[in-house]
Design a protein around this ligand. Structure first.
Ligand code: HEM
Length: 402
C-alpha cells in the first residue's frame, strides 16, 4: 500500500473551471483550486489537479505510485517522437536514457563546450533586434525565439549538418503540437511526421559520424550510450520539443518582470551578480511549464485525498510555485527572497535535464547581454503584448523599446 492511508476523503470536484479562461490567465483559477483542496477533480480536464507545493513534491518523490508513463498524453508523445522517450518512463528504464546526457549538462561542461556559442548567438540576434529599432522590435520574435532555437541547434551539435534556427523552431513546434494532439488532428500529425522525417534524415548522416568522431554535443553523448537507435532518436526529438520554448519564454518573462519592477531592475543593473537570482525568481513567479501529467499505479491517498488506481493527475507546478504555505508573499516578484527550492524545473528523477543549460544560456548570457547593449530596454506600452497558455505559458508578442 502506498503513501498514507490515514483518514481520507474523496477529492472535491471543481466543475467551475473554465479551461479557455486559463489560457489567458490561470493564476486566479490556481488560487481558487488551492483553496478548494490540495487535490481537486476537474471534470472538464478528466483529471485531478495537484496545486500545493507539498502535494506536487510528494508526487514527484514516489514514482512507484505516481508513474510518468501516462496513458493518453504518454501515447501521443510516442506517436509524435517515434518512440517513448525518458520523460514518459519510470526508473530503471528512465535512468538508462537519462544517464548518458547528464555529464554534458553539468555546469562545468556547459561552460567548456557551449558558452562561447551561446555568447556568439546572443550577439548575432542582438544585432538583429537593434536593427529592428525601438519602435518596431518584438523581443519574442526578433531575439528570444531565434536565440533559444540556435542555442539548441548547438547543444545538439546539428549546425554541422546544415540545421538552422528556423528548422529548429519548426520542428519544436511540430513535436509540441503532436504531443498535445489528444484530438487526433490529421493535419497536426502530418506536420509532426514531416518534422520526424527531417530530423531522422539529419541523424542518418550525423550518428555514424559521431560514433567514429565524438564531439561535445548531446547527440554525441546519446550516440555513444549503447542505447537502441530508436531510443537515441526519440530522446533527440524530446530535447528538440522541450529545450526551446521554455528558454525562449524566460527571455521575455524576465524583461516583462523587470519592466514592471524598475527598482529591482536598477538593482541588478548595478550588481550583475544578481542575475542568477533574477532568473530563478522569474522561473518561480512565471513558470513556463504550468502543468505536467502523472498516473496512479494503485489506489492511494495523497494529502488526505483518496485516489483510485489509473487516475490521471496534473502536477500544477505553476500553482505550487505560488503556494502561500511554501512562499512568503508568493504573488510578488521579489529577487531578494531567501533562496529556497521551487518546482519550475520539476523535481525528483525527472527534474529538468537542461536546467543548468537554461540558467547559463539565458540567465547568465542571453538576458545580461541584452541589458549590456540596451540598458534602457523595457516593454513598449504603446503596442500590445500577448500572453498565451497555462500548460505551456509565455508571451507570444512582447513589443520592446529602449
Ligand atoms: C527555463 C527553461 C526550462 C524549463 C522551465 C524546463 C522545465 C522542465 C520541467 C518542468 C521538466 C519535467 C517535466 C515532467 O516531469 O513531465 C523538464 C524535463 C526535461 N527538460 Fe526541461 N526545462 C527548461 C529547459 C530545458 C532545456 C534547455 C533542455 C535541453 C537542453 C531541457 C531538457 C529537458 C529534458 C530532456 C527533460 C526530461 C528529463 C527526464 O525525464 O528525466 N529543458 N523540463
Amino acid at each position: 500500500m502506498s503513501p498514507s492511508t490515514t483518514a481520507a476523503a474523496p477529492a472535491p470536484v471543481a466543475d467551475w473551471v473554465d479551461v479557455a479562461a486559463m489560457q489567458h490567465d490561470p493564476y486566479e483559477t490556481y488560487d481558487r483550486l488551492r483553496e478548494t483542496g490540495p487535490l481537486v477533480r476537474v471534470p472538464a480536464m478528466n483529471r485531478y489537479l495537484a496545486t500545493t507545493f507539498e502535494g506536487c513534491r510528494a508526487i514527484e518523490a514516489d514514482q512507484v505510485t505516481f508513474s510518468a508513463s501516462v496513458g493518453g498524453a504518454g501515447a501521443t508523445m510516442a506517436r509524435a517522437l517515434g518512440a517513448t522517450p525518458m520523460l514518459r518512463k519510470d526508473d530503471p528504464g528512465h535512468a538508462a536514457e537519462r544517464r548518458p546526457v547528464n555529464p554534458c549538462l553539468r555546469p562545468k561542461r556547459i561552460r567548456e563546450s557551449w558558452v562561447p556559442l551561446f555568447e556568439r548567438n546572443a550577439q548575432t540576434y542582438l544585432d538583429e533586434l537593434v536593427a529592428k529599432g525601438p519602435g518596431a522590435a518584438d523581443l519574442n520574435l526578433d531575439y528570444a525565439a531565434p536565440l533559444a532555437a540556435q542555442n539548441l541547434v548547438d547543444m545538439l551539435g546539428l549546425r554541422g549538418v546544415g540545421v538552422g534556427a528556423e528548422d529548429m523552431r519548426r520542428w519544436s513546434h511540430a513535436f509540441i503540437a503532436g504531443i498535445g494532439n489528444l484530438q487526433d488532428d490529421a493535419e497536426i500529425w502530418a506536420r509532426c511526421d514531416t518534422a520526424q522525417a527531417e530530423v531522422d534524415a539529419c541523424l542518418d548522416e550525423l550518428l555514424p559520424r559521431l560514433r567514429s568522431a565524438p564531439d561535445t554535443s548531446l547527440t554525441s553523448a546519446l550516440a555513444a550510450s549503447g542505447l537502441s537507435d530508436e531510443a537515441v532518436r526519440a530522446n533527440v526529438k524530446l530535447t528538440i520539443s522541450g529545450g526551446m520554448n521554455e528558454p525562449q519564454h524566460m527571455v521575455t518573462n524576465v524583461v516583462w518582470a523587470l519592466s514592471r519592477h524598475p527598482q529591482q531592475r536598477g538593482r541588478v543593473l548595478a550588481d550583475p551578480a544578481l542575475w542568477p537570482s533574477v532568473f530563478d525568481e522569474a522561473v518561480r513567479w512565471l513558470s513556463p511549464i504550468g502543468m505536467y501529467p502523472r498516473q496512479t499505479t494503485m489506489d492511494t491517498v495523497l494529502e488526505g485525498v483518496e485516489l483510485p488506481a489509473g487516475a490521471i493527475l496534473g502536477v500544477v507546478v505553476g500553482a505550487a510555485n505560488r503556494d502561500p504555505a511554501a512562499f512568503d508573499h508568493p504573488e510578488a516578484f521579489d529577487i531578494a527572497r531567501p533562496r529556497q527550492p521551487h518546482l519550475g524545473f520539476g523535481s525528483g528523477v525527472h527534474l529538468c535535464a537542461g536546467h543548468w543549460a537554461a540558467r547559463i544560456s539565458i540567465g547568465e548570457i542571453g538576458i545580461p547581454l541584452l541589458y549590456d547593449r540596451l540598458p534602457d530596454l523595457r516593454t513598449d506600452e504603446r503596442r500590445s503584448e500577448e500572453w498565451f497558455g497555462w500548460v505551456f505559458r509565455g508571451l507570444t508578442h512582447l513589443p520592446v523599446t529602449w
